[in-house]
Design a protein around this ligand. Structure first.
Ligand SMILES: [Zn+2]
Length: 283
């Protein structure tokens, strides 16, 4: 299990670090002071490392954006793990019917198999974000591996659409000390999310719609999926079914539907002109 391995490595590393701290200060301590310090420092360092790695909004491994301006009457719908047909095209159909914008955090591997969905998404004014090549968890990855998976995906998206992703989302939202720095180096702002509704568990379209609309608020970044990691046969039909209700409710509340980059560029403006709403971003 990936998560067990990550926790074990972080726990061992924090224990080692605590030992180094205890040994380096042992000379100024008497008796069992160094051991006591090690036993105290280990769980503290371990807890910090676990929060930094698994809490998607934690700033410990680097600043992460999980929402837009709280007073901006707009939200960003995001769809991860695709493109996966027919769901991505069905989502694009719904968004087109409502003249709404969204962001697709694509997997390079999936994008290579469905390039038409990418070109259509860009043509329709949506944003393409980078979600790594193969959805491999990043906490134990080296900077070189992280750079490789991000760059390979961005290269593919740019080759297919002419547009290079400017936003990045780590698989599962899990990071390590290098993820944010490497993503920035590849021209991508790391993005988390405000509202996640466990839509990949397929709880029912009505439940997905209710979970999103109950928590909708200004500046929210909503996480949904048009795929499921590297599952070859994901079923995102419930998301497709829930989407019209979500968009309708957002509009009813006066919330515009923007891409992530548009949402972050709001700059505190309360309203933007209709012409601004049409601008694609991510070039
Ligand atoms: Zn994902």
């Amino acid at each position: 299990m990936t998560i067990v391995r990550i926790v074990a490595v972080l726990t061992a590393a924090s224990g080692l670090l605590a030992a180094v701290i205890a040994m380096s200060t042992a000379s100024v301590m008497r008796g069992s002071g160094a051991m006591r310090m090690w036993l105290t420092a280990w769980p503290i360092l371990d807890a910090v490392a676990l929060v930094a790695t698994f809490e998607r909004r934690s700033p410990i491994w680097g600043r992460i954006v999980s929402r837009g301006r709280p007073r901006s009457p707009a939200i960003a719908l995001t769809f991860d793990d695709g493109p996966t047909e027919p769901y991505t095209s069905q989502i694009l159909d719904v968004l087109r019917a409502f003249d709404a914008r969204a962001t697709f955090f694509v997997l390079g591997l999936r994008a290579a198999a469905a390039p038409a969905a990418l070109t259509r998404a860009v043509a329709d004014g949506h944003e393409l974000g980078n979600h790594t090549w193969d959805h491999a968890a990043l906490p134990l990855a080296t900077p070189r591996v992280i750079r490789g998976t991000i760059r390979r995906t961005s290269d593919l998206v740019e080759r297919v659409t002419g547009v290079r992703p400017r936003v990045f989302r780590a698989p599962f939202g899990w990071r390590n000390p290098w993820v944010d720095r490497v993503a920035h180096g590849e021209g991508c702002q790391p993005i988390a999310w405000t509202i996640g509704v466990h839509d990949t568990d397929r709880p029912g379209a009505g439940v997905i719609e209710r979970r999103v609309t109950e928590r909708l608020h200004d500046g929210a970044i909503v996480l949904l999926h048009d795929g499921r990691s590297l599952d070859d046969h994901p079923d995102a039909s419930q998301v497709v079914e829930a989407l019209p209700g979500i968009v309708r409710e957002a509009r009813r509340r006066g919330l515009r539907l923007l891409t992530v980059s548009e949402l972050l560029a709001e700059g505190g403006r309360q309203r933007s002109s209709p012409s601004n709403r049409r601008e694609p971003c991510g070039e």
